[in-house]
Ligand binder design. Structure first.
Ligand SMILES: N[C@@H](CCC(=O)N[C@@H](CS)C(=O)NCC(=O)O)C(=O)O
Length: 205
């Protein structure tokens, strides 16, 4: 099994955390899906990472589908509960983390444009509002607990944790810990897990 990803991709990081939590042997290849000659498009016509190449050579995307596939393999408890209602709830947590990460990616990419080519301030405010509302809901739904859902470690924790970690990496000026003490405690616990520390985004030089 081979995973195409990149050090700056939060969605690839989510998949790498799952691979580590489930102790699944794999090859990890850094690639940019849209670069000329990229190895990704033959496995994913959308040319995006993460893309998984299964053992039979078929490609799989996007990250929620890859995670669901991986959760049936390896060792360790299921990250997505099997009971339908619980499963849907954990997938909602995943969508929340993915949405916060996506808004963060959007802002981060736009910052790379020269100022005269950047979008209007209202666009940045809309992305920022997604992040702020997302964090508020994660804090509320966490409810001071040790885990995001069901009293044990699940994909919900991975989703919240990878999104918060990417926020630190891509937009360190967003100071979320003071306003969200529950998230700060959650992040401290999650970031200490080997699956998180072994896959962390590269530190800025
Ligand atoms: N919804 C997708 C998002 C994947 C995605 O947007 N990947 C970015 C990197 S963070 C990418 O490969 N972008 C290249 C492109 O859009 O051409 C997932 O969860 O896997």
């Amino acid at each position: 099994m081979r995973l195409y990803g990149g050090p700056g991709s939060p969605f690839a990081r989510k998949v790498r955390i799952v691979l580590a939590e489930k102790h699944i042997p794999h090859e990890y290849v850094v690639a940019r899906g849209s670069a000329p000659g990229s190895p990704v498009p033959p496995f994913n016509p959308l040319g995006k990472v993460p893309t998984l190449v299964r053992d039979d050579g078929r490609g799989l995307y996007d990250s929620p589908v890859i995670v669901e596939y991986l959760d049936t393999m390896g060792s360790g408890p299921r990250l997505i509960p099997e009971a339908f209602e619980d499963r849907v709830e954990v997938k909602r947590w995943e969508a929340l983390g993915d949405g916060v990460a996506e808004a963060t990616v959007n802002i981060n990419h736009e910052y790379r444009e020269p100022p005269e080519k950047r979008r209007a301030p209202e666009w940045f405010e809309r992305q920022r509002a997604k992040i702020d509302r997302g964090l508020a809901v994660i804090e509320k739904d966490l409810g001071g607990g040790a885990f995001c859902f069901g009293g044990r470690f699940t994909l919900a924790d991975i989703a919240a944790g990878y999104a918060l970690s990417y926020l630190d990496h891509a937009l360190p000026e967003v100071e979320w810990r003071t306003a969200h003490p529950g998230l700060a405690r959650l992040a401290e616990r999650l970031f200490a897990r080997p699956s998180f520390s072994a896959t962390d985004h590269p530190k800025a030089k």
